[in-house]
Design a protein around this ligand. Sequence first.
Ligand code: HEM
Length: 458
Amino acid sequence: MTGGDAGSGPNGDADELPPGPDGLPVLGNAHQYVRRPMGFFDELAKYGDVVRCEFPRIDAVAVFHPDHIGDVLLDPSTYERWNFDELKEILDYEIAPRGLTFTRGEEWRRQRHFLQPMFGLDRLEGFSSAMVAATDRLVAEWDDGEEVVINEEFSRLTLSILTNSLFDFDLGERRQVITDAADELQAMADMSGLAAAELLLPSWVPTHRNRRYTRVMDAFDETVDALVERRRANPDRYDDLLTTMLEREDDHEYAMSDEEIHDHLITFLIAGHETTATALTFTWLLLATNEDERRRLETEVTTALDGPPTADDLPELAVTERVAKEAMRMYPPAGMLFREATEETRLGGYRIPEGTKVLLPQFTVHADDRWFEAPDRFRPERFTPERSDRRPEFAYFPFGGGPHQCIGMHFAMMELKHVVPILARRVRFELLSSPAPDVNMELTLQPSEDVRMRVHKR
Ligand code: HEM
């Protein structure tokens, strides 16, 4: 037993389960989750900091207090990642089962230890020029006055930066295969949520949909295998993450199988692509509607930089960093983290039975006025070091925390601190679509409609 307060529950009963909306019909919960995840979790938060909620065939608790979120994230043996095993039966294709986001226990620990150095700051600095080049290319493609869908543009951009860093060569037409797979996964994540709500019925996913998914993912697998093969044939010519993985093959302690390398590449492509694109989309949406903050950012990027940023400039870009952090507070790209209690335990004084799914909704916690005054306002100054220090550690956790904290966090922050200043120096966006679109919980948080902007070049 571990995590949270030991002893009896708040009402003096050691067996007490967390409070929750008993009155709601079971299916009501599920449908609310699918249609309006934020609204549903706002409702749940009214019951307390650890709240029971029942979905068909799934008993879950949602956790709203930073201290209890820390209890969960810092104790991965009691709270393992929930891998949605219940949903796997409805899909023919399993995504990267041996990649870092799905392995558990000793296998995960060994992989994380092996991969961590590849994402260290010293290693990442080498990707600075790829980040600048890809952003420059994007700006060059835009005409002055052109209308663009920025969520799509940023998705292309982050994919391009990521693939250049993972595989240091031009993907050419293979890029489309990767984009198709990413789109398909987003759509499938959306449907899996719905399927979960619909009693996890295996027949729910229409067969033609499942077939297309399998076809697209098979093409994706073949592409990744071909890239690995090509690299094995030409090992010395490249300086990228794939080379680093292959270099360690002679090291018997860490040697990776082809299957593992393949699954890691897929994991990084999926985990590192739409997340950063979402952060960029909402950063620019918020800047387009907050004139003063945009001006403050422009002042910083014109005074601190005399051209595109280099890795050495990044510490100077404090305003840029605060803007990106505040955008990820209001619109956390991952949306929610998922765990599963591997044994009976206690959290916030309540009993958590073995097998309970534990939901950590970032979007609700990040909008709690106990930690963020006027949470609906875009106020990057919340993230000055002094003000950040005054908040509980897990009041803000866009990259998670504890041993599973995002391995790509430095990569992503570095990317944001390259792309945002370059764009702020070179263009001004005029918002053409809604200033506050609804959001969907797919694989990542997504605006429910396209975010359209007119590009004015400087
Ligand atoms: C703004 C961008 C990003 C955000 C907000 C983000 C968010 C997260 C979060 C919240 C987790 C923890 C999940 C959990 O505890 O269940 C995570 C894990 C992970 N992320 Fe990211 N991520 C971002 C970018 C990236 C990038 C660029 C990469 C890779 C190139 C990446 C690769 C991963 C991997 C492999 C994990 C699993 C780590 C583990 O379990 O050991 N992410 N990310």
